[in-house]
Design a protein around this ligand. Structure first.
Ligand code: PHE
Length: 500
């Protein structure tokens, strides 16, 4: 007879006259218990062993139980204090005994709950009388804890009582014991050779005919397999990719540009006054680097003029200071609308004859306070459409088309104010689990004060949407820090599927 190595080792270690537990066999032959169990089942199928199964309960002491092992059960301590105070003669005040027993916090209630139950005495209107015949040294629960701590056996009723007090945790597991059959004894006498088991059939085995002699490993479809955690793209990136696909599908082209940029592109082109609070200290990350001096001079002049005097016949500017130095200073972009300015002005080098549609899905940086919906950096889905006649309806229709591709069909719009768009709208969606209304973006139609200096003479509607908020609506995250940063939930990142 030929058998796989582990099966033969199990046969040789087991006995025909007494049963041997799997764990013992495993340590004797130096294999894992799972491997021995598997081998035993195969041997049983071949009639070489019998397997007896029984359920064994193990009890593990909780931290609370370990404390009581060292200090005594609270009710026993109360009883001992009561005896020392003479409460077996005349009732003694409970408060005094609690102090004497050194009980505090939850231990007080535990002592009171068990004192009378165990017949240590009675507590009546704050006075304790102790039963002189009780014997705290033979408290059955204390004895049971000590026995279990020593690895001994305790009957089921006491174990269940200890479990109700949260002093032990009981676990059931199956113990299998193995005995050799007569057939196994015969086979061992005749001599058993080992075979390697083979877990796959190869073309070589087929051509050589070797397949006829080898032993194939059986599949055990119930075996626990180790989880394989391969690398994968972060869901934020996966969703960004999907957003890009959707926008490309809607006829948009992608924009690209610097994360750190001149304030000119980030703010001045957008008709943001230089004394606007967002430009001084509010939410901006200024960089201590040399200014960007290569700005297109004519555009700079037109932008400055729009700021000072406005555009058009009855236009009006801010009448506030405007300096080129300020425009050349470098900061991390707080929105990717800086890219839209680079493209709309023609500075990015792309042809911008209408109609045109552009987008980007890129990082932006804001000096916000960190909270469940705000990060210091996040991804903005920027976009704009340039065409002859555009209205708020076109803007809303575009959002409805875009968000419906992600299953979001309950958009709401609120009038808003941006220095650079008129009209302006904020967008909202409903959080799938909390039902809260979540702001997901900001949008509008660029004002003439923005478009004229850029040299654009048709309409441009534009937006900045938060990718992380889209993710929250799609997957029900409540805290943006579940997907970003050191607190992120790895399990969730591993398991969430981005449907594409
Ligand atoms: N820049 C705006 C923001 O970051 C978004 C926006 C872009 C609004 C273009 C209108 C037009 O919130």
């Amino acid at each position: 007879m030929r058998l796989p190595e582990t099966q033969l080792a199990v046969l040789e270690a087991a006995s025909a006259t007494e049963s041997t537990a799997v764990d013992r066999l495993a340590s004797e032959i130096d294999r894992k218990p799972e491997a021995v169990t598997r081998a035993a089942f195969d041997l049983r199928d071949d009639g070489l062993v019998t397997i007896a199964e029984r359920t064994e309960t193990t009890a593990e002491l909780t931290d609370e139980a370990h404390t009581y092992l060292a200090e005594g059960l609270p009710e026993v301590r109360l009883y001992r204090a009561a005896i020392s105070a003479g409460a077996d003669d005349s009732p003694t005040e409970l408060g005094q005994l609690i102090g004497a027993a050194g009980l505090g916090g939850p231990a007080v209630d535990i002592a009171l709950a068990n004192f009378a139950r165990k017949g240590y005495g009675e507590i009546d209107s704050g006075e304790v009388s102790a039963d002189p015949d009780s014997d705290p040294d033979s408290d059955p629960e204390a004895a049971a804890l000590a026995t279990l701590a020593d690895g001994g056996e305790v009957d089921a009723e006491l174990r269940n009582q200890l479990e109700r007090r949260d002093l032990i945790v009981q676990r059931e597991h199956t113990v299998r014991e193995i005995t050799l059959t007569d057939a196994a004894v015969d086979a061992l006498m005749e001599g058993i050779e080992t075979t390697e088991t083979v877990d796959r059939l190869t073309p070589e085995m087929l051509t050589s005919g070797e397949w006829q002699d080898v032993n194939f490993t059986e599949y055990n479809v119930e075996a626990d397999a180790p989880a394989v955690e391969g690398g994968r793209k972060h869901i934020l990136r996966q969703t960004a990719d999907r957003v890009k696909d959707v926008l490309v599908g809607m006829g948009f082209k992608e924009m690209d540009g610097p994360h750190a940029d001149a304030d000119f592109w980030i703010n001045d082109c957008l008709f943001m006054p230089q004394d606007h609070p967002a430009r001084t200290h509010w939410d901006r990350f200024a960089l201590d680097v040399p200014p960007i001096q290569e700005l297109p001079d004519q555009l700079v002049d037109r932008v400055e003029s729009a700021h000072r005097d406005g555009v058009g016949e009855d236009g009006d500017g801010y009448h506030s200071p405007w300096s080129r130095d300020f425009a050349e200073a470098v900061a991390l972009r707080g929105h990717t609308t800086s890219l839209s300015m680079r493209y709309l002005s023609g500075f990015a080098g792309a042809d911008i004859e209408p109609p045109k549609r552009y987008f980007s899905v890129e990082k932006v940086y804001r000096n916000d306070t960190l909270d469940p919906t705000h990060l210091l950096e996040f991804f903005q889905i920027e976009g704009w459409v340039m065409a002859d006649e555009l209205s708020a309806r076109d803007l809303m229709g575009t959002f409805e088309e875009f968000y419906s591709q992600f299953g979001i069909t309950d958009l709401e719009f609120k009038p808003h104010y941006n220095p650079y768009t008129e009209p302006s709208f904020e967008l909202f969606g409903t959080h799938p689990t909390t039902g809260e209304i979540v702001e997901i973006g900001n949008s509008g139609i660029f004002r003439p004060e923005v478009l004229e200096p850029l040299g654009v003479d048709c309409d441009v509607m534009a937006w900045g949407l938060a990718l992380e908020r889209l993710l929250m609506l799609m997957y029900g995250f409540e805290d943006i820090r579940d997907v970003h940063g050191t607190l992120c939930d790895l399990e969730l990142l591993r398991e969430t599927e981005v449907i594409s």
